[in-house]
Write a protein that binds this ligand. Sequence first.
Ligand SMILES: [Zn+2]
Length: 153
Amino acid sequence: MTAVQKAPDWLLDDGLAPDVDNDLLAPLYEGSARGELVLPFCGSCRRPLDLEQPVCDGCGSLERDWLAVEPVGTVHSATVMHRAEPGLVHADGPYPIVDVDLTSGHRLIMTTLEPTRIPPPIGAPVHVAFRFLGGVAIPAAQPTAPSETEATS
Ligand SMILES: [Zn+2]
């Protein structure tokens, strides 16, 4: 195998990796592989669309354009998942699921980049980085250190 070996994902088994070529979200995964967060916009009015949204709420267009967006946002809500799936979920305890409001206007649900049992607080700034699951890059929230946010005096 010539591909660079990545450490196994902290949360999920590689068998759960998406089949990128046959996935509706292929543009997202292809962008993620380049380190870019690529999300759908209406091809007509440029409204941000949900990942699997086929029709634009604003203008009814069926056109979708996948564009790179700024990988930053804030925590809209967060929860802790307690359901264990032996063999599929590697985490040895509860793990966070975070709903992120991106500056692009999208909402994206993801877990955290690093294992933790404590989700980031609502309103916390996050950077979207990528986990690797079976070689597929997947968006993951990385709380932004307080020192990186602008101080208010
Ligand atoms: Zn539209």
